[in-house]
Write a protein that binds this ligand. Structure first.
Ligand SMILES: *Cc1c(COP(=O)(O)O)cnc(C)c1O
Length: 347
């Protein structure tokens, strides 16, 4: 079923066979990978585990994602890129995205010579399900990307809507759940993979897990797609220090929970603060670790904050997001300084 959706050259791919994929047991002496017999720090002279087995086992026990359904990418970025290259034919196929959303889906498609169909969100920034179903019928995208909670709006889409689209879509539906940990009562699409093996979920250790610098994205899919991903990815795609950093981040789940709780509290606090500012036009409800709000002149406010040494994101160039600014939740101290600066702007 999945096989028929793959690009034919991926279906028939003979993967590179690395030293560490040919032999992964324990031994006293390793003379098989042309590594140096000595390195500048412990173990760094050795190639990393091509399949991130230890990290995936830890992810299974802490996060509950079965390890035969997970793979680790060099950031979600690498997974997005590879999924497009696995399923979409350059110069022929297209992918579909909601708009506005995270920009990398479109960019990676363009780099691969794959067209992008944009479906605008509704005026209330929800998925336009009818328009998406119609675009699926008309354009037959090989992959539909849905980001929930959505960046930059902070909106969670009901699982029932996502299932409706994924079930009607004969191609792959990718649900990017990068901000899932911050959402209240979040219903993950992972539970729906069993019924619909064309559904793929992305998670990342870059946000709630605090490991953006390590570049660790998680693919969660049916075992069939997971196996193809393992064949199609670069042999040693996740560096050893990153695998170790990921292991630490996942093992310290208590730290993650504390950070998430604090982030959510500050998100609530920042949202009501922004609402109270005399110049705020609109604060968008957010289930992520950022808040989007609208002001009369976003460019002026952006420049003013920059002058105060505070960098935020001006999202005004996105359709429907004219004059909006996205602010990431920072530390207590950073939020205090931000609020002081925002207060002064109004006077
Ligand atoms: C930040 C973010 C990611 C994370 O990407 P990584 O490459 O894993 O750091 C993924 N998806 C969305 C929508 C994001 O905003």
């Amino acid at each position: 079923m999945i096989e028929g959706l793959l690009n034919p050259w991926i279906r028939n791919l003979v993967p590179y066979s690395s030293a560490r994929s040919e032999f992964s047991g324990s031994a006293e002496i390793f003379l098989d990978a042309n590594e140096s017999w000595e390195g500048e720090s412990p173990d760094i002279n050795r190639y990393p585990d091509p399949f991130c087995r230890t990290l995936r086992k830890e992810i299974e026990s802490v996060m509950g994602f079965r390890s035969d359904m997970t793979a680790i990418g060099n950031g979600s970025d690498e997974i997005i890129d590879l999924l497009i290259r696995m399923f979409a034919c350059p110069g022929k196929d297209c992918i579909m995205v909601e708009r506005p959303t995270y920009g990398t889906y479109s960019v990676f498609a363009s780099i691969s010579g794959v067209d992008v169909i944009d479906v605008p969100l509704t005026a209330s920034l929800d998925l336009d399900i009818d328009a998406m179903l119609m675009a699926i019928r008309n354009s037959k995208p090989k992959i539909v990307f849905i980001c929930s909670p959505n960046n930059p709006t902070g909106r969670v889409y009901p699982l029932s809507s996502i299932r409706k689209i994924a079930d009607a879509n004969p191609g792959i539906t990718v649900v990017d759940e990068a901000y899932a940990d911050f959402a209240d009562g979040f219903q993950s699409a992972v539970s729906a993979i069993e019924d619909n093996p064309r559904l793929v979920v992305l998670r990342t250790l870059s946000k709630a897990f605090g490991a953006a610098g390590a570049r660790l994205g998680i693919l969660i899919s049916c075992p069939e797609i997971q196996k193809v991903f393992m064949k199609a990815k670069p042999p040693y795609n996740v560096p050893l220090p990153s695998q170790q950093a990921g292991l630490n981040a996942v093992r310290n789940i208590e730290h993650v929970r504390r950070r998430v709780a604090e982030t959510r509290k500050r998100r609530k606090d920042l949202s009501s603060f922004l609402s109270s500012l005399p110049y705020t036009i609109e604060v968008f409800p957010s289930e992520a670790n950022f808040v989007l709000f609208r002001v009369p002149d976003a460019e002026a406010l952006y420049g003013y904050l920059l002058g105060k040494g505070i960098v935020v994101r001006n999202r005004s160039s996105e359709p429907m997001l004219e004059n909006t600014i996205r602010i990431t939740i920072g530390s207590e101290d950073e939020m205090t300084k931000l609020k002081e600066a925002l207060c002064e702007w109004s006077c």
